[in-house]
Design a protein around this ligand. Structure first.
Ligand code: SF4
Length: 291
């Protein structure tokens, strides 16, 4: 871990808020040591040198408090788009927890993406935020199989423990979902995997699953991914996708149809508009004029 200077941390989302209704982005950490073989944040375009070393934005709690206090308008803050807010540094630093304290103080909502069950530590503060604004906790799950998961996402909580965390978050009255992404062609893009995840999600009382039936590959990220999957799978990728940015599962139409029908069977949401609308209904008490 190393500390880096940051002038600002909270960025306004431009456009029509289609990503889970978020109006702002907050990334306290840059780089990540969790070793997901498909990680997009590793791509050269983001210019994160030495990606596997976590960079902590110096004075992040102070900057966040200051920036939120000056915002004219509240909204939902997305956390975790570039690095996991519950990485191992967070255990000691508590920067994400402190940021949530500021989110609560200034009446903002949060959309959290993580692969770590450390998020459970902050349930009580999330419940407090949820009395005033949206709390939407998404845990990424790419495979129902713990063994495969430990090979493609090496330093994160196991799939089964992530499902337990989702159950606990749901039982706490929070709006929870799964990011089922990426589905890696020839690796986890199977009917069996998708159906198992949906069934486990149903048992954990998860409200939505948002999928991507493929993986994006860019400079640097692609090299890392190919190194990890080995020569024979690499050859399959090159033969099927050449150097395409979007590598969509060859059977994506069939998989999508199975996914939709299974989600409907269990009443699990999968459409972004529906997810955003439903998340607002989970505010537990007084609502802001924002909605
Ligand atoms: S947890 Fe997220 S940021 Fe970290 S390596 Fe995995 S995909 Fe990348």
């Amino acid at each position: 871990m190393e500390f880096v200077n940051a002038k600002t941390i909270i960025q306004t989302v431009k456009g029509n808020h289609s990503w889970f209704g978020a109006s702002y982005n907050m990334n306290i950490y840059r780089g990540c040591n969790q070793g997901c073989i498909y990680c997009d944040s590793r791509s050269s375009c983001y210019q994160v040198n030495n990606f596997d070393t976590i960079k902590v934005k110096k004075n992040a709690p102070f900057i966040i408090e200051n920036e939120l206090s000056r915002k004219q308008k509240t909204g939902i803050i997305s956390m975790g788009s570039m690095s996991d807010p519950y990485n191992e540094c967070e255990t000691e630093l508590l920067y994400t927890r402190k940021a949530l304290g500021s989110v609560l103080k200034y009446n903002f909502g949060v959309f959290i993406i993580t692969k770590n069950i450390l998020v459970l530590r902050d349930i009580e503060i999330l419940k407090e935020i949820n009395k005033k604004n949206v709390v939407n906790v998404a845990i990424t799950i790419t495979t129902a199989n713990d063994t495969l998961q430990s090979r493609i996402e090496r330093n994160v909580s196991s799939t089964s423990s992530r499902f337990n965390a989702l159950r606990e978050l749901s039982e706490a009255g929070l709006f929870t979902g799964i990011l089922l992404m990426p589905l890696l062609p020839f690796i986890n893009d199977t009917e069996e995997n998708i159906v198992s995840i949906i069934e486990m999600a149903h048992k954990a009382n998860v409200k939505y699953i948002y999928p991507s039936f493929g993986v994006t590959l860019r400079d640097n990220q692609r090299d890392y991914f190919f190194e990890k999957i080995g020569p024979s799978l690499m050859e399959k990728y090159i033969s099927e996708f050449k150097d395409s940015y979007m590598c969509t599962s060859t059977n994506h139409k069939e998989l999508k149809s199975i996914f939709i029908s299974k989600c409907k069977e269990y009443g699990i949401l999968y459409n972004m508009k529906d997810i955003i609308e439903e998340s607002k209904k989970y505010i537990n008490e007084e609502q802001l004029s924002l909605f």
